[in-house]
Design a protein around this ligand. Structure first.
Ligand code: ACO
Length: 326
């Protein structure tokens, strides 16, 4: 089994800020309601032509500027997204073409807000198997493009953003594996509670909203999250023979501050050791965990050897967690 390590990270959010005050002028809502129920104060919204591929490319450019990494030999390129520019070609192909990467296995990975963790899971597994050496994993979503800005129960939550990381195979057999414990699961029975339909107009005979807008039953998603994530965290820790006290940083998906607080309460992970971007970026789906990770890197928060617990969850329903050593 080969080992991978994370060698670079970058991120990007659009400049345009959409504040709660602006939303107050668009729909029947209030800053107080949004902050109290979700913890969100503002989110970033891309320009009309700022699709997911552009967010992804900007995040990779940011990584290149800071780390000077070469991309020509990337042999695995994953774009984790639920808002691909097209059904096909993949967003990954658009990124591949932009950077002129010659030969690469490029694909989009659809795991909603668990996308970034699913992407790391797949990339580390492919590197561990010996099939690939250098993986570019991008979590990117342009949720403003599919949010319904007449639906106050959903549009307040979402924003646009992207994060990119590079995983490289290390041939040093003494190096510790960066990723050392995984958990993941899916439950398609939750499909009707959180979806965006491209073509389907019904699910198991029940009619769906088929106009390409995001649909959510917030209470069901909330219940799913606060039940599934604490169990998954316990599983991950037990597998690794660790307790919450051994975790230096917890990076949960930023969906809602109340969900994060509830998870911390149930698992015993202190809120002070939790990194999220909910307040300023809202829910950027596959980008949230990478954005929080990059923010921590820029602030110099991680020390060598720190143990990070990443946990994503979202539409599907799907969930995925992993433990990594910095
Ligand atoms: N402003 C003011 N009032 C509102 C708003 C709003 N933006 N939205 C809903 N309300 C009203 C409702 O109409 C309802 O009014 P009523 O009592 O008169 O019917 C009342 O507020 C309470 O509504 P609830 O839906 O019960 O509110 P809740 O406390 O559940 O909060 C929320 C809603 C924030 C959406 C919450 O359910 C939630 O965060 N759920 C999880 C969402 C999530 O994490 N989604 C992302 C998953 S990841 C992915 O894959 C995309």
């Amino acid at each position: 089994r080969y080992r991978s390590r994370m060698t670079a990270i970058g991120s990007y959010v659009p400049e345009r800020i959409l504040t709660n005050a602006e939303l107050e002028r668009m729909i029947d809502t209030s800053d107080e309601w949004i902050v109290q129920r979700t913890g969100i104060r503002e989110r970033r919204i891309g320009e009309p032509d700022e699709f997911t591929s552009r967010l992804a490319i900007r995040a990779v450019q940011n990584m290149q500027e800071r780390y000077g990494v070469a991309l020509h030999d990337v042999d695995l390129l994953l774009v984790c997204t639920s808002t691909p520019d097209f059904s096909f070609p993949s967003t990954a192909c658009l990124v591949q073409a932009h950077f002129g990467i010659e030969q690469t296995f490029a694909l989009d990975l659809s795991a909603a807000c668990a996308g970034f963790v699913y992407g790391l899971h797949v990339a580390d597994g492919m590197i561990a198997s010996g099939m690939h050496r250098k993986a570019l994993v991008i979590g990117a979503d342009a949720l403003s493009k599919i949010a319904d800005y007449t639906d106050r129960t959903t549009c307040i939550l979402f924003g646009d953003g992207a994060a990119a990381v590079l995983l490289e195979r290390t041939d040093d057999p003494r190096s510790e594996p960066a990723f050392f414990s995984y958990t993941a699961g899916s439950d398609g029975n939750g499909a009707a509670h959180l979806y965006r339909s491209n073509t389907a107009a019904s699910l198991n005979g029940a009619p769906l909203r088929g106009d390409g807008k995001l649909v959510q039953n917030g209470r069901e998603v909330y219940k799913f999250a606060v039940q599934t994530v604490p169990k998954g965290v316990a599983e991950l820790l037990a597998q690794a023979g660790l307790t919450t006290a051994d975790i230096d940083w917890f990076l949960p998906h930023s969906a809602n501050l109340r969900i994060i607080e509830s998870i911390c309460d149930k698992t015993g992970i202190p809120l002070e050791r939790t990194l999220h971007t909910i307040e300023l970026y809202g829910n950027t789906s596959a980008a949230t965990i990478g954005l929080a990770m990059d923010e921590a890197v820029r602030m110099g928060r991680f020390r060598d050897g720190d143990r990070l617990l990443l946990f994503g969850f979202g539409g599907g329903f799907v969930h995925g967690g992993l433990l990594m050593r910095w």
